[in-house]
Design a protein around this ligand. Structure first.
Ligand code: NAD
Ligand code: MLT
Length: 526
C-alpha cells in the first residue's frame, strides 16, 4: 500500500477514501520548504492545495513519487514540467470549486458596489451613517469579464440574472460560444474603456501576470471597479493603488494577492476596497468535492488506471509510425493558433498520404494541445485537450485522404481564418517542416520565434521586412519565400533570433503591399 503525504487541509471525506483503501495517509500541515523536502522522501503521492510549492527540488527529493494531487484548480504552485520529466503524474480537481469561486465573485461585486464591509464596520463601531454609504445598482451596468472559462462563464450566468450587460476579453473562446452565453467579445482596451465593473478569471501564466498593467489602468472608464478572485499579480497592485488613490478607479475587491498574506500591500490602507483572504473555494461543498475528487484521482493513479483529470500524460501509447509526427502536430497547432491570434472558429484536420491509414487520434490530440498551449501556459495534456475544445466551443472535424499533395505525408489544419500544413523531412524523415501557409507552398522547420508575412508580389518586399527586423536588432536565422499564387500574393516565412516586438510588427503590417505580418511561435521543438 502507498504512503500519501498531505500538506494542506483536505476534506475528511477525501482522506477517508484513501485510508479505507489501505493507504498510509500522513497529514503534515505548515511545512517549510526544507521540511517538505525531507517529508516527501518516501511518499508515493503528495496531496496539496494552493500554498504548498511543489518545486523541481521537491520532486527530485521524492524518488518514489507517482502522483501529485492538487485539491483545487490552479497549478501555478506545481512545477508540472519537472514532474513530467521525472514521470510523476499531476492531477487536479478542475470542477470542484468553480461554483464557490463564482459565488464569491458575485459576493465581492455586491460588497464593492454597496460598501458592505465598510457599512458593517461603521455600524458595529456605534454609528448609524445611512447617507455615507450610497452604492451603485448592478442593473444595467456593464460587467467586463477577463477570462471566460469555467468560472468566468458561471459569473456571466449570475450577472445576467442581475440585469448586467456582459462583455469579455478571452482570445481562446469562440464568438459563437460567447454569444450563446449572452456575452460580446471585445479587446482588453475596449473592455476597460466600457465596463463599470471588471472581474478577472484568468489562470496565472507568463502572459497573464501584470496583464492589468499601469498602461491598461490609464485607459479605463472613469469610476470603474476591479474584482479579482483568480490569482494575485494579474493586476499590478501598485498601479491599482495609484489609480484608486487618484480617483480614476472607484474601488476594488480582491480575494488574491501577489504575495499572500499581503502584509505590506498599500491597498490594505484604502477605504474603498474589499479584501478577503483567498476564500473563493472555502465552502464546505467545494472542499468536499475537491477532497473527494482528488482522493479518487490519486487512488486511480496509484492503481495505474486511467486518470481522467491527469494534466501531464505522455504519448507513449502512439504507434512507431505515428510517434515521429507528434512534435510536428503540436507545432502545427501552435503555429495555427498564433497565426489566428487565438482560437479558430472551427477546425478541420486532414491527414494525407500513408498517415491517413494510421490511428491518428493522438495526432489530433497533439494538435489541440498545441492550439491551447499558445498564450495559456496552463498544462494542456492528451487527456484534457478534448475537454478544453468542447468547453470552448471549438468544433473539430477530421478528414483523411490516401493521396498527399506534393509530399508523401501531410497534415493540414484548415479553419475559416487560416490554413497550415506540415510534414516530416530530413535524412531520417523525422524533422518537422511547415510546408503550407494559406495558399502558399513553402518549407521551413518550425521554431520558437517566426514571422509570417503575406504580401503583394512586388519588388522590395523582402528588403522592407529585413530592414524592419534589422533596425530592431533582430537577426534572421532562416527564411523561405513562396512565389506568387493566383491571387497575386507571395509569402515569406522567417525564423528570427528573438520574439518580435509589437511595434515592429505594426510597422511591417502598415507598409504598402503587406497583407499581413504575424509573429508565430511553435514552442520548443525537440
Ligand atoms: P479556466 O481555465 O476554465 O478559464 C480561464 C480562461 O482564461 C480560459 O477561457 C482562457 O481561454 C482564458 N485565458 C487564458 N489566458 C488568457 C489571456 N492571456 N488573455 C485572456 N484570456 C485568457 O479557469 P477557471 O477554472 O475558470 O479558473 C480561473 C482562475 O480562478 C484560475 O486562476 C484559478 O486558479 C482561479 N481560482 C481561484 C479560486 C479562489 O479561491 N480565489 C478558486 C478557484 C479557482
Ligand atoms: C484554486 O485554484 O482551486 C483555488 O485557489 C482554491 C484553493 O486552492 O484553495
Amino acid at each position: 500500500m502507498a504512503t500519501i503525504l498531505v500538506t494542506e487541509e483536505i476534506a475528511d471525506r477525501g482522506l477517508e477514501i484513501l485510508r479505507s483503501a489501505g493507504h498510509e495517509v500522513r497529514v503534515s500541515l505548515g511545512l517549510s520548504p526544507e521540511e517538505l523536502i525531507a517529508a516527501v522522501f518516501d511518499a508515493h503521492a503528495l496531496i496539496i492545495r494552493s500554498a504548498t510549492k511543489v518545486t523541481k527540488e521537491v520532486i527530485q527529493a521524492a524518488p518514489s513519487l507517482i502522483v501529485v494531487g492538487r485539491a483545487g484548480i490552479g497549478l501555478d504552485n506545481v512545477d508540472v514540467e519537472a514532474a513530467t520529466a521525472q514521470g510523476v503524474m499531476v492531477v487536479n480537481a478542475p470542477q470542484s470549486n468553480i461554483i464557490s469561486a463564482a459565488e464569491h465573485t458575485m459576493g465581492l461585486i455586491l460588497a464593492l458596489a454597496r460598501h458592505l464591509p465598510q457599512a458593517h464596520a461603521s455600524l458595529t463601531g456605534g454609528k448609524w451613517a445611512r447617507s455615507k454609504f450610497e452604492g451603485m445598482e448592478l442593473y444595467g451596468k456593464v460587467l467586463g469579464i477577463v477570462g471566460l472559462g469555467r468560472i468566468g462563464a458561471l459569473v456571466a450566468q449570475r450577472a445576467l440574472a442581475f440585469g448586467m450587460k456582459l462583455i469579455a476579453y478571452d482570445p481562446y473562446i469562440s464568438q459563437e460560444r460567447a454569444r450563446k452565453m449572452g456575452v460580446t467579445l471585445v479587446s482588453l482596451d475596449e473592455l476597460v474603456a466600457t465596463a463599470d465593473v471588471v472581474t478577472i478569471h484568468l489562470p496565472k501564466s507568463k502572459e497573464t501576470m501584470g496583464l492589468i498593467s499601469r498602461e491598461v489602468l490609464a485607459k479605463v472608464k472613469p469610476g470603474i471597479r476591479f474584482v479579482n478572485a483568480a490569482r494575485g499579480g494579474i493586476i499590478d497592485e501598485e498601479a491599482l493603488y495609484e489609480a484608486i488613490s487618484d480617483g480614476r478607479v472607484a474601488g476594488c475587491a480582491l480575494d488574491v494577492f501577489a504575495t499572500e498574506p499581503p502584509k505590506d500591500s498599500p491597498l490594505l490602507n484604502l477605504p474603498n476596497v474589499v479584501l478577503t483572504p483567498h476564500l473563493g473555494a472555502s465552502t464546505e461543498e467545494a472542499q468536499n468535492k475537491a477532497g473527494v475528487t482528488i482522493a479518487e484521482q490519486v487512488q486511480l493513479a496509484l492503481a495505474n488506471e486511467f486518470v481522467p483529470f491527469a494534466v501531464n500524460v505522455d504519448a507513449s501509447e502512439a504507434s512507431p509510425e505515428v510517434k515521429p509526427y507528434l512534435p510536428l502536430a503540436e507545432a502545427l497547432g501552435r503555429f495555427h493558433s498564433s497565426l489566428v491570434g487565438g482560437l479558430p472558429s472551427e477546425l478541420e484536420i486532414e491527414y494525407q498520404g500513408e498517415l491517413a491509414g494510421e490511428d491518428t487520434r493522438l495526432l489530433t490530440l497533439s494538435i489541440l494541445k498545441g492550439i491551447f498551449s499558445v498564450g495559456l501556459n496552463e498544462p494542456v495534456s492528451y487527456v484534457n485537450a478534448p475537454a478544453l475544445a468542447a468547453e470552448r466551443g471549438l468544433e473539430v472535424r477530421e478528414a483523411s485522404s490516401a493521396h498527399a499533395q506534393n509530399y508523401q505525408n501531410l497534415v493540414v489544419l484548415r479553419s475559416p481564418e487560416h490554413v497550415v500544413g506540415g510534414t516530416l523531412a530530413g535524412a531520417k524523415g523525422h524533422d518537422p517542416r511547415i510546408v503550407l501557409v494559406d495558399s502558399h507552398w513553402i518549407e521551413l522547420p518550425p521554431a520558437k520565434s517566426m514571422l509570417a508575412v503575406r504580401n503583394l508580389d512586388r519588388p522590395g518586399m523582402i528588403g522592407l521586412v529585413g530592414n524592419a527586423l534589422g533596425e530592431a536588432g533582430l537577426s534572421i536565422s532562416s527564411m523561405a519565400v513562396s512565389p506568387k499564387v493566383d491571387d497575386g500574393s507571395a509569402l515569406m516565412l522567417l525564423t528570427v533570433s528573438a520574439p518580435i516586438p509589437d511595434s515592429v510588427l505594426g510597422a511591417i503590417s502598415a507598409a504598402e503591399g503587406i497583407i499581413y505580418a504575424k509573429a508565430v511561435g511553435c514552442g520548443q521543438i525537440d
